[in-house]
Design a protein around this ligand. Sequence first.
Ligand code: OSB
Ligand code: MG
Length: 404
Amino acid sequence: MARAPGGAPSSPGPMARLVGFELVRAVLPLRQPWVSGAGCFSERDSLLVRAMVRHEGRTGGWAEVDGWGECTALPEPTYSPEYTAGALEVSERYILPALLGAGTARAEDVAPVLSFLKGHRMVKAAFEAALLDARLRACGVRMADFLAGLSRRGQKAREAVTAGVSVGLARSPAELLEQVEQYTSEGYGRVKLKIMPGWDEEPVAAVRRRWPALVLFADANGAYADLPFTEASDRLSRLDGYGLACVEQPLGDDDMMGHAQLARRLATPICLDEALTSLGSVATAIKIGACSVVSVKAGRLGGFFEAVRVHDLCAELDVPVWCGGMVETGVGRAANVALAALPNFSLPGDLSASSRFFEKDVTGPLEVGHDGTIRVPPGPGSGVAVRDEALAAFSVWRRWWAAG
Ligand code: OSB
Ligand code: MG
């Protein structure tokens, strides 16, 4: 059996039993409404999965351990077809009967057991993450170390990840500059701007003029898909002089050929987000030249194991990756930090402090230090604790399913 750093088994042994799952629908108010081409919302309506596993204690006897995963689906199907209420429905109708029927406590079994179910990758990933977190907490291993041990790259996890912030669509360049000013003063050295036709060169130029050394990304969330190709290409090529690290998902989710054609006309590297839903789609996109940078989101890819495979493939092909965010609560953000600690996450991701979106979070806080990094939490699993009182305050619905 492969071993993760720290000597812990990289796959759960037979001495772990599934006790059950709890689904919690939590609604957290956002500090400011989130406005982008991938949806607008003023609260994060999120589905959280708690896995309870009974395992053999290190000193004998049995102990029960909780692990948590977050479904990154947005409240509405505006980024991908998944959405929170749909994820709940799919969980109750298909995922819970299948996983409870299989009776497995192994995170590695989630994808194979659920392979009959098409799509719904974000909610599948949440169940996988919950079981993985429970198991790693039981054996005292950090998720960052486990994932690095799983990777074929054979390198250790980093102890801190470079923070980055994604700024929503602003009402004016002045408002945008004010927001970026705030984030740079908090220590962020990487900013992702949302762009769309008519809100592209002006905001990018304004931010670049004021911060010549800032690592800048621009994310279109597919907003140029409805323009004739030459117009989209002409508009986007005007961004070439501003030293963007990449332009993310300019065209439609399924327009691989369009992105390949566009990549030949732009100096700015193209990164894909929505279009990449599996290892296979990442391999295709790179092969045909549709992107030269990859956004890794474990939810969008169907799980953390798939995300590590994408990381490894990209490392082998010399394609830089970065870790994307989905306005997650601390449950999802801590898992993202663990993933981003892998060595080929060479570009800074959407890894911001809990306080970027939330006044109060369901977990202890993740903070950006003066050096512009977020420390990988030292504790086992994802390293953050879910606070019962916060969960009680934010949950609007919860239900427990016991394993047979
Ligand atoms: O396209 O990267 C995106 C948020 C929700 C859905 C899609 C995206 C985003 C973001 C915010 O840009 C990322 C974050 O969590 O910081
Ligand atoms: Mg994006």
